[in-house]
Design a protein. Structure first.
Length: 227
């Protein structure tokens, strides 16, 4: 029996659920950069300088969409196993550009069930993680931070730091913990000035522990010459 015959229905159903209700993205035109990652803005292409999220609330998915996505909970282990040997095709799968914020939560959960690896700097999966890191939804930001750390996706570090600098309080103490844990592992020289700006602009909003962690990240990068 061809092993692909047993996994293809799982993968097909996975993509149906993740993409449900999301319009296709045109690759012929460049979307206008926006600051809010709601259900529509989430589809926008990231810019070279990640915009800071707005204070506006995230537009959540409709209840029927949530119910359909709940089906993914049971299928996620099987999908992760099916994709474990094909991370590269997944990372370059153009369908990821059509995933909305609700689907992105599940993509991040899926990534955490797959073996860790270093993700290259460009491609649809990197763009998905960058959008997720900039989201106004704290849960999605934290899920993205965990996935970014798991995949050593350094291309998303500035997006994650921009989100932290925009509104650290919205992430909660535990959320800031996870974001800083991610940055402590993946951040390089690109983050030094931004991390220093975080301490200057938002230092009063960080706990003493988090402020120390942010300073420590800068010190480690400078001492190690991490670029």
């Amino acid at each position: 029996m061809n092993p692909l015959n047993s996994v293809e229905p799982i993968l097909e159903r996975f993509w149906q659920l993740v993409l449900d209700g999301t319009p296709p993205v045109s690759v012929a035109t460049s979307p206008t950069p926006v600051a809010v990652d709601d259900e529509f803005d989430f589809l926008a292409e990231p810019t070279s300088a990640p915009p800071k999220p707005s204070e506006a609330a995230v537009v959540g998915p409709d209840p029927a969409r949530v119910a359909r996505l709940a089906e993914l909970a049971a299928s996620l282990p099987g999908v992760a196993q099916a994709l474990a040997q094909s991370r590269q095709p997944l990372a370059q799968d153009g369908r990821l550009d059509r995933v909305d914020a609700a689907g992105a939560q599940w993509i991040c959960r899926l990534l955490l069930q797959m073996p860790g690896a270093t993700l290259e700097e460009h491609g649809p999966l990197v763009r998905l993680l960058q959008r997720s890191a900039r989201s106004t939804d704290p849960e999605l930001v934290v899920a993205a931070a965990d996935a970014i750390r798991h995949l050593d996706a350094r291309a998303a570090q500035l997006d994650l730091l921009a989100r932290l600098q925009a509104d650290p309080r919205s992430l909660g103490h535990a959320g800031v913990d996870r974001v800083l844990a991610c940055l402590g592992q993946i951040a390089d020289g690109r983050c030094v000035r931004e991390m220093e700006a975080l301490l200057v602009d938002r230092g009063a909003e960080l706990s003493d522990v988090h402020a120390w962690q942010a300073r420590h990240i800068v010190q480690v990068i400078r001492r190690s010459g991490r670029k």
